[in-house]
Ligand binder design. Structure first.
Ligand code: CTP
Length: 411
């Protein structure tokens, strides 16, 4: 239980009645020998005084970005930078809707905003507000965005709120906030640390001539979400991507390819060193037998293209790496579960993520997905419609569970 000894914790308090709970959070952390520095928004000082929090934390509390006497010292004007370097973890609690919105936009208008932008340690955000403000689509969108950026979110709890309304919005009790901080400080959330993970994403383009290709509608979003979540859990992630217009997730090594041949080469060269492989790319099954050097002219009434089969990358992986945990994807339009289960067996993989084009909100280009996860132990689990980031989290959760169970894989 020594996890906080000599650890530097930054506590940011914003405007909300739950600000009083932070007194106890500070006391609990001090009891465990943490060094605590508090920063506050102006609004927070309406709910609790800086004097209270500085007394408890045994440190100066910063509210303003600016030095009180600008002619006397410039040290204070770089406080946010030094704080960003000083912290081992930062928690914003309660995090108001206003602060959450400012963070989403990267605003540096107060001490909390600038500290977050210059932060090098993990950041935990604990939203707390009235139920309607919390459930508002804008707030929800902002929270999802911050989560995708890699910040930890402690969801608010349900109960009686200061407004007199009942619902979700209460800041969890101090003990819970401290336990969450403990998990982050101890690095327990990095459960994929040391694991090499390969993810493929996007479509392939099979050239017909210099201006045309055979492609598909894959946007790459699902694969990029998997790469992002795996990297946030500490894995070394290589992302092999077909042509997409997406930003590479932080700390992920990206290899860009265009054709199925290039994708095959890139995957095969990395197959041995990866312990988990996600084949979420929509690789073309057929490619033109021949790519014309010049543009094909429109000089015939009928035109046919001769195609040849491509390598089935996923089906070739087991023979190249007996131990890797292999995850395939199956996009189906009919007899979904039967077809996907057949793919799992036929391609000798550990898990298949089934997408049905019949499901509303699932499929190409969207930010949401609805999948069914089928694994080698014949478990079939249908998930509800959720963001692709959340789907990625659910998939990784199950993969981690299965690789931890030694008897879960039999090839
Ligand atoms: N896949 C692959 N190499 C290919 C084609 C597909 O590695 N040449 C992988 C995909 O990345 C996916 C899985 O195989 O993980 C299933 O892809 P899908 O297109 O659904 O299935 P196919 O095997 O191509 O079968 P069909 O198109 O007949 O449904």
């Amino acid at each position: 239980m020594k996890s906080f000894q000599n650890k530097n914790i930054i506590i940011a308090v914003t405007g909300g009645i739950a600000a009083y709970k932070m007194c106890n959070v500070i006391r609990l952390l001090k009891k465990e020998k943490a060094n605590v520095k508090v920063i506050m928004s102006e609004a927070a000082t309406q709910f609790i005084t800086p004097l209270t929090l500085s007394t408890l934390s045994e440190n100066e509390v910063t509210v303003s970005l600016w030095p009180e006497n600008k002619y006397q010292s410039t040290k204070k004007s770089v406080e946010h930078i030094s704080l960003g370097l000083w912290g081992d973890a930062m928690i914003i609690a309660p995090a108001s809707a206003h602060t959450i919105s400012k963070l989403t936009n990267g605003m540096a208008s107060d001490i909390i905003g600038v500290t977050v932008l210059s932060l090098r340690c993990p950041l935990i955000i604990a939203p707390a507000m009235d139920v309607d403000m919390y459930q508002n689509e804008l707030t929800q969108k902002n929270i999802s965005y911050l989560k995708e950026m890699g910040y930890f979110i402690i969801p608010p709890e349900e109960g009686e709120l200061a407004s007199g309304l009942k619902g979700v919005g209460r800041l969890p009790e101090p003990e819970k906030l401290v336990e969450f901080l403990r998990t982050v400080i101890s690095g327990k959330h990095l459960d994929l640390k040391g694991k090499n993970i390969l993810v493929t994403a996007g479509p392939t383009h099979e050239p017909i001539d210099p201006v045309r290709f055979i492609g598909n509608h894959s946007s790459g979003k699902m694969g990029f979400a998997l790469a992002r979540v795996a990297s946030q859990r500490g894995a070394n992630v290589t992302l092999i991507s077909g042509p997409v217009s997406l930003q590479t997730p932080k700390n992920v090594k990206r290899i860009d390819v265009t054709t199925s041949v290039e994708m095959t080469k890139a995957v095969f060269s990395g197959v041995k060193k990866n312990q988990i492989i996600f084949m979420s790319a929509a690789v073309a099954d057929y490619t033109p037998e021949k790519t014309e050097l010049n543009k094909i002219k429109k000089n015939k009434k009928n035109f046919s293209l001769s195609l040849k089969e491509t390598t089935d990358i996923l089906a070739s992986l087991r023979s190249k790496n007996k131990k890797a945990f292999l995850v395939g994807f199956a996009l189906e339009t009919e007899n979904e579960v039967v077809n996907a289960t057949n793919k799992l067996l036929h391609k000798n993989v550990d898990m298949i993520i089934l997408n049905s084009l019949r499901d509303k909100g699932a499929g190409f280009g969207r930010d949401t997905n609805k999948v069914t996860i089928i694994d080698r132990n014949k478990s079939i689990e249908e998930l509800s419609l959720m963001s692709k980031y959340n789907v990625a989290e659910e998939i990784l959760e199950r993969v981690v569970r299965l690789i931890k169970k030694p008897d879960a894989k039999k090839h």
